[in-house]
Design a protein around this ligand. Structure first.
Ligand code: ADE
Ligand code: ZN
Length: 348
């Protein structure tokens, strides 16, 4: 019989996080504090409207996104972005995250009049402070909003170039319906030429999931896919993902809150089919848990063994965009924990 590993094994297991939206770490309490700070009276205001509401479950991606964008109303200054990021990194540290690649959505802030430099300077300061205080180390991935025109993505890419050293890669998020990867093939090509790493969301349960997954591979040439669980329906796609050793950033609690299914069985199947599946939190302030919570929920749903949890943690570091020596050091720390002799082989 499969018995549950103790939860402190999961917390202390060195983990990375490859799929977390910084704006999705905005807890209701911080949204309220920001609304007071900026004397907001609209939807982001204290206790009012969609900005503050955090239901137990959402009616799919579009329902979630409407609340997610409304709640951002209070994120206005460099200091706000600093506090948001510092809070996430502190929580991630308590959950055993030693390295994070974090998404942010600059277009959602530009639309509210927040300048690009305010966003990235605030985030960067929190990253540097966390790193010098013992971790986690972190990197940034800038997402384009796929439900906005491709020209807007080109414009924000242009703005980002002044901060190129602070941004590791680009991603694609927001509402997937009617917004295929092909719409952004050109801007992703420009981003690649500028030296950015490439990933894209392929959310679960989308109308054209398989088509979008193939476009990511054949048209865009992404280096990772966010979510991607629908690949299991296409044997050839699974073979191709395995051949390329392409990381898939699955988010169990997100799946549960958005689609009523944690999809633990799918994660188990992905492991069995030798895919580079990883565990992540997506929008933890909305979906009821950070990374260790996602590992625990998955463990419960799919009855994973300790060895399988360790394999998922290793997959995270394999799929991360890390220099080889750092990757090796993190993997060594995971193996040491699994062997019952924790050691901190990596430097923050
Ligand atoms: N933006 C924030 N969270 C997202 C998700 N799960 N899917 C698409 N876009 C998002
Ligand atoms: Zn996401």
């Amino acid at each position: 019989m499969r018995s549950a590993p103790p939860s402190d094994f999961v917390t202390a297991l060195p983990k990375c996080e490859l799929h977390v939206h910084l704006e999705g770490t905005l807890e209701a309490s911080m949204a309220e504090m920001l609304a007071e700070r900026h004397r907001l009276t609209g939807p982001g205001a204290k206790g009012a409207g969609v900005g503050g509401a955090r239901p137990e479950a959402f009616d799919g991606l579009a329902d979630f996104l409407a609340r997610y964008y409304a709640a951002m109303a209070g994120l206005l200054t460099e200091e706000d972005f600093y506090e948001l990021t510092a809070a996430y990194l502190a929580t991630a540290r308590r959950q055993g995250v030693v390295y994070a690649e974090m998404f942010f959505d600059p277009q959602a802030h530009l639309a509210r009049g927040v300048p690009f430099p305010s966003v990235v300077r605030g985030i960067r300061r929190a990253q540097e402070e966390a790193r010098s205080a013992g971790g986690p180390a972190s990197q940034l991935i800038m997402c384009f909003l796929r439900d906005e025109p491709a020209e807007d993505a080109h414009a924000v890419l242009e703005q980002s170039l002044a901060f190129k050293d602070w941004i590791l890669g680009v991603g694609l998020d927001s509402d997937e319906r009617g917004n295929p990867p092909a719409k952004f093939a050109e801007v992703f090509e420009r981003a690649r030429a500028a030296g950015y790493r490439l990933t894209m969301h392929c959310d679960p349960r989308q109308e054209a999931s398989l088509d979008h997954l193939w476009q990511c591979l054949d048209l865009v040439g992404v280096e990772r896919i966010d979510h991607g669980v629908e690949c299991l329906a296409d044997g050839r796609l699974v073979e191709e993902l395995e051949r390329r050793r392409l990381g898939l950033t699955v988010c169990p609690l997100s799946n549960q809150r958005l689609y009523g299914d944690l999809m633990g069985g799918a994660v188990r199947e992905m492991l069995e089919r030798n895919l580079l599946v990883t565990v992540n939190s997506d929008d933890p302030a909305y979906f009821g848990g950070y990374v260790a919570d996602n590992y625990r929920a998955l463990q419960e749903d799919a009855g994973l063994t300790r060895a399988e949890l360790v394999r998922l943690a290793r997959n995270g570091f394999e799929a991360a965009w890390l220099p080889p020596a750092r990757r090796a050091a993190y993997l060594q720390a995971v193996d040491a924990h699994a062997a019952g002799a924790p050691s901190r082989a990596y430097r923050t």
